[in-house]
Design a protein around this ligand. Structure first.
Ligand SMILES: [Fe+2]
Length: 294
């Protein structure tokens, strides 16, 4: 099976992209690398874009870009998807630096964009703003967590890292504990988009920077049980929730367990089903505000 290896970018629709782009550049510290009539492309590191903003009626995540490995064949991948009875499209030069792409929809209607990265960008890390390492994961509210989890595993090659009860799945496509997470809540919509920071001190600097710029945290800082990442959530001016995190569990795929850490309770820490217990959400004890679920 050909598996996707990393999340490359996420595309959002929202009203007034021109104005909203300022949050991504001035607050998050991404670089605006390209802008055309239909989209603003924001980068962090070797990828030309990790966030794409497009004009639309409401703020939502509409597309996710995933990379396959350099030796994988995109045509073979498309066959693999079609064999599951899924309708695909093939696009040449669909986005800057992406020459060939297979697209299809996941069961909730988000467009998957699978491609091979042939050309790397060379923008530097900016010196202003929070400046994350990278786009880490995108989380969704879903109506059918089992069905969509199976889709990501069977069609894109994700692996299950953990479940909370039977309603919240955490899925990986590389060493990071999760790249996609899906929480069954009765609707299909964006939950949060997460960016990886260096460490605890970077998270502190980021929280102070947010505060100085008028942003309030929705939840955190804390340490999640599942994934064990340090976290802090806030809401962007466009209404979408952003998570900043560090110290997310990393999987040693050959050994089947996460790299040992002092805060782990299991030795070794392996994928499992966690009870719906406050410590699965925050080992430090403070539970999310109601605002987090809006
Ligand atoms: Fe998250």
């Amino acid at each position: 099976m050909i598996r996707v290896r990393k999340i490359a970018h996420a595309t959002y629709e929202m009203p007034d992209v021109e104005k909203q782009a300022a949050y991504y550049t001035d607050i998050l510290g991404l670089t605006l690398v390209a802008k055309d009539k239909s989209a603003a492309y924001l980068a962090s590191t070797v990828d030309h874009h990790s966030i794409v903003l497009k004009n639309g009626a409401q703020a939502q995540c509409v597309r996710l870009g995933f990379q396959i490995a350099p030796d994988d064949d995109l045509g073979e991948y498309e066959k693999q998807v079609k064999a599951k009875g899924i309708k695909t499209a093939r696009k040449k030069d669909p986005e800057p630096t992406i020459s060939d792409m297979v697209t299809f929809e996941d069961p909730k209607g988000t467009v998957m964009e699978v491609f091979k990265r042939a050309e790397f960008a060379e923008q530097r890390f900016p010196t202003k703003g929070i400046v994350p390492y990278k786009l880490g994961h995108v989380a969704f509210h879903v109506t059918d967590v089992k069905g969509i989890t199976n889709f990501y595993c069977d069609v894109l090659g994700f692996r299950v890292s953990d479940w909370m009860g039977d309603f919240f799945s955490f899925l990986r496509c590389g060493p990071d504990h999760h790249t996609i997470n899906l929480m069954e809540t009765g609707s299909n919509r964006h939950f949060h988009t997460a960016f990886e920071l260096r460490d605890w001190s970077h998270l502190q600097t980021a929280c102070d920077y947010l505060s100085l710029n008028g942003y309030k945290l929705l939840w955190g800082p804390g340490r999640h049980g599942i994934g064990h990442n340090l976290f802090a959530y806030h809401r962007a001016p466009n209404g979408l929730i952003t998570e900043l995190f560090a110290e997310l569990d990393r999987m040693n795929e050959e050994l089947g367990y996460f790299e040992p850490r002092p805060w782990h309770r299991d030795k070794p820490q392996k994928p499992k089903v966690w009870a719906k217990d406050p410590s699965a959400s925050n080992l430090w004890g403070i539970m999310p505000t109601e605002e987090m679920m809006k």
